[in-house]
Unconditional design. Structure first.
Length: 245
């Protein structure tokens, strides 16, 4: 996938998250689950891991489990059971390596890549937790707008390099502040912070992935496009807790 295709995909996924937030927590959980599936399907190809099936299954099970736990947990803190899900994912990662044949070549690379995928997939649960917070839908929509704008700017020629990345961060912050001024329960300052955080995630991952040869493959490209939205979930939840309380 090209940079433009990945940017459009990231923006579309951000829009899906924003739209499902208005429909309710179950739909938002479904959108988070979609992010997990996209990540799991292409994560091994993106990192060029020696095994494909094991990491995909482990990432999918752990990520979907985290989303389900964030949806089903009653009371506060919403994510109190997430460490247990991560721990179970780590166990699954080692079990998958034990079951892998072929002499377990590139063992450390395979384990570390799978564990990284687990962390990114579990971050999707942050969208569900943010949707269940006091600000709820407004916080999710504001953050998703910032992510979408940052993704759109990242596809422009001016977004190359560190200076261009800062332009994307500034645009995302402005978009978040504008959205915060429109939606209820979120003020422009919170929107600005959420937008800047989303812009930083998109910019950092663009610089990280731009020379990754595996992105030419469709599954790897989809995983790369879903990663900023996935990581943004847990960061949005953190922003809501720190800024809004």
């Amino acid at each position: 996938m090209t940079l433009t295709s990945r940017a459009v995909t990231t923006a579309v996924l951000s829009a899906v998250v924003a739209a499902t937030a208005y429909l309710g927590t179950p739909h938002l959980a479904g959108a988070a689950g979609l992010l997990v599936i996209l990540l799991a399907a292409g994560w091994a190809a993106l990192l060029r891991l020696p095994s494909r099936g094991g990491p995909a299954l482990v990432v999918a099970l752990t990520g979907c489990g985290a989303v389900a736990v964030a949806w089903a947990t009653q009371g506060e803190p919403v994510l109190r059971h997430l460490p247990l899900v991560v721990a179970m994912g780590l166990v699954l990662a080692f079990v998958a390596e034990m079951l892998r044949g072929g002499g377990r070549l590139r063992l450390v690379e395979s384990v570390s890549g799978t564990v990284t995928g687990i962390v990114v997939a579990v971050a999707c649960a942050g969208w569900v937790a943010a949707g269940r917070s006091e600000a709820g839908t407004a916080l999710v929509v504001t953050s998703a707008v910032g992510l979408a704008v940052a993704a759109g700017v990242s596809a422009l020629p001016l977004a190359g390099g560190w200076a261009g990345s800062l332009v994307g961060v500034a645009a995302a912050g402005a978009a978040g502040a504008g959205a915060g001024a429109v939606v209820p329960e979120v003020d422009p300052v919170t929107g600005l912070v959420a937008g800047v955080v989303g812009g930083l995630v998109v910019a950092a991952l663009r610089l990280l992935f731009e020379r990754q040869p595996a992105l030419a493959r469709r599954r790897a490209g989809l995983a790369a496009a879903a990663t900023p939205v996935a990581v943004g979930g847990i960061l949005v939840f953190a922003v809501g807790r720190v800024v809004l309380g």
